[in-house]
Design a protein around this ligand. Structure first.
Ligand code: PMP
Length: 467
């Protein structure tokens, strides 16, 4: 296989070097050594090519981030120009740079009302660390420094730094270190499939939100700084909360004066059919953490949008906020974001998710529920998940799961990779979050491939006597 610049790829040699030297994120390296890593070499639109020349349709936008799709020369050009003009300068010491200023102002125009200030980081994890530090600083400035407890949810994903992993509710991450840090508390996730039995969805949404109130009362409201949540949990498996959940969470945060942090690292920049997920969910957050889609992943960039309440305290009550990164407001990253947002606006990508591609995905993905291996299939905007089940139940959520150890999701994922579509497995829940630039014909192609791979998986589990 040759790349765009005519470079030839020796897959075996790259795999050997990879195995010898490259430590991957969230990877079992022993298992990877057996199979060898797939080497990605090129992307165009919603398609990727590996070093063997195989084409796949990218159902995961890279890692929930390539919202505008691959191969956007306007982003590359903007970064190139900025690297030549000024590749780096810091934003410490009363200094700023042109793309960072322009991006902060641009975000103030796109964000929900009241968000006029942006702080920049290089990743979503750093964005969430920043949100925690801002919340703590806010309460200090408000004369309530004892408000330090942060409440999050089990099965949430908020990043891999020590604060990010503490905020997150991933048992497998906590188990590998002294996590979560003291002061980070978790309540159950609003997963109807997991907890909702015997209740209507609306009742369950209220009940799940009230776990927050129980936790606040247990800790003492005067000790709680903030509650953080993804509008729709992404890495946890596209967990779409009932419509009653976020308004009730909002009521509870308001009642006890607690800051609400929306982790919009996945939901931000159009994923749910609005610029920010909180707008579709009935949340009025005080802080918004973002990353990924802001640059469509072309260059790393994240940050926090501060709402009026926190910004006013940080700015007007004065003093240093002793927090920041070398790359806060990196000129090339901000230039990439500006070019990306221009594309998203010019092509009306967010509006198309709301009115055209999101509804098309909902219809086509939802129809997969008729497949014998699927218990429930749901989507919101351009994010979707389905449950692989051993036997269908009387209702959507009553399907009988496979034994976890069978790892049917991984089996299914392998078929997807081998048959030209990228879909992610979270246990036996299969999820997609395609580029927002994916059109309806490409959605059809993706769904046809998914259905074919579900058939292959069904044949496998039948052959192995697992049904
Ligand atoms: N928050 C959410 C909701 C995420 O999905 C992720 C990454 N998948 C993060 C935070 C962490 O972002 P990063 O990997 O850029 O640190």
């Amino acid at each position: 296989m040759t790349g765009q610049a005519g470079e030839a790829f020796d897959t075996a040699e790259l795999q050997r070097l990879d195995s010898a030297h490259y430590l991957h994120p969230f990877t079992d390296h022993g298992a990877l050594r057996e199979t060898g890593a797939r080497v990605m070499v090129r992307g165009e639109g919603v398609y990727l090519w590996d070093s063997e020349g195989r084409r796949v349709i990218d159902g995961m936008s890279g890692l929930w981030c390539v919202n505008a799709g691959y191969g956007r020369s306007a982003i590359a050009d903007a970064v190139h120009r900025q690297l030549l003009a000024l590749p780096f300068y810091n934003s410490f010491f009363n200094t700023t740079n042109v793309p960072a200023v322009r991006l902060a102002a641009k975000l103030a125009g796109l964000a929900p009302p009241g968000f006029q200030h942006a702080f920049f980081t290089s990743s979503g994890s750093e964005a969430n660390d920043t949100a925690v530090r801002m919340a703590w600083r806010y309460w200090q400035l408000m004369g309530q420094p004892q408000r330090q407890a942060i409440i999050s949810r089990r099965n949430a994903y908020h990043g891999s730094t020590i604060a990010g992993a503490s905020l997150g509710g991933m048992d497998a991450m906590h188990a590998q270190g002294a996590l979560p840090l003291p002061g980070f508390h978790h309540i159950g996730q609003p997963s109807y499939a997991e907890h909702g039995r015997g209740m209507s969805e609306a009742e369950f949404g209220l009940a799940a939100a009230r776990w927050l109130e129980d936790k606040i009362l247990e800790l003492g409201p005067e000790r709680v700084a903030a509650f953080i949540g993804e509008p729709v949990q992404g890495a946890g498996g596209v967990v779409i909360p009932p419509a009653t959940y976020w308004p009730e969470i909002q009521r509870i945060c308001d009642r006890y004066g607690i800051l609400l942090v929306a982790d919009e690292v996945i939901c931000g920049f159009g994923r749910l059919g609005a610029w920010f997920g909180c707008e579709t969910m009935g949340m009025r957050p005080d802080l918004i953490a973002f990353a990924k889609g802001v640059t469509s992943g072309y260059v790393p960039l994240g940050g926090v949008l501060a709402g009026e309440r926190v910004a006013a305290a940080l700015i007007d009550k004065g003093g240093d906020f002793n927090h920041g990164f070398t790359y806060s407001g990196h000129p090339a990253a901000c230039a990439a974001a500006l070019a990306n947002l221009r594309i998203m606006q010019d092509e009306r990508l967010v509006e198309r998710v709301a009115k055209e591609t999101g509804p098309h995905l909902k219809a086509r993905f939802g129809a997969l529920a008729a497949h014998p291996l699927v218990g429930h299939a749901e989507s919101i905007g351009m994010a979707a998940g389905l449950d692989l089940v051993r036997r269908k139940g009387a209702t959507l959520h009553d399907g009988e799961p496979f034994a976890r150890a069978l790892a049917v999701g991984m089996l299914c994922r392998a078929h997807m990779f081998d048959n030209g579509v990228i879909m992610r497995a979270v246990g036996d829940r299969m999820i997609v979050a395609p580029p927002l630039s994916m059109n309806c014909a490409q959605i059809d192609e993706m769904i046809d491939r998914i259905r074919y791979c579900l058939d292959l998986t069904l044949a496998d589990v039948g052959r192995r006597g697992w049904m």
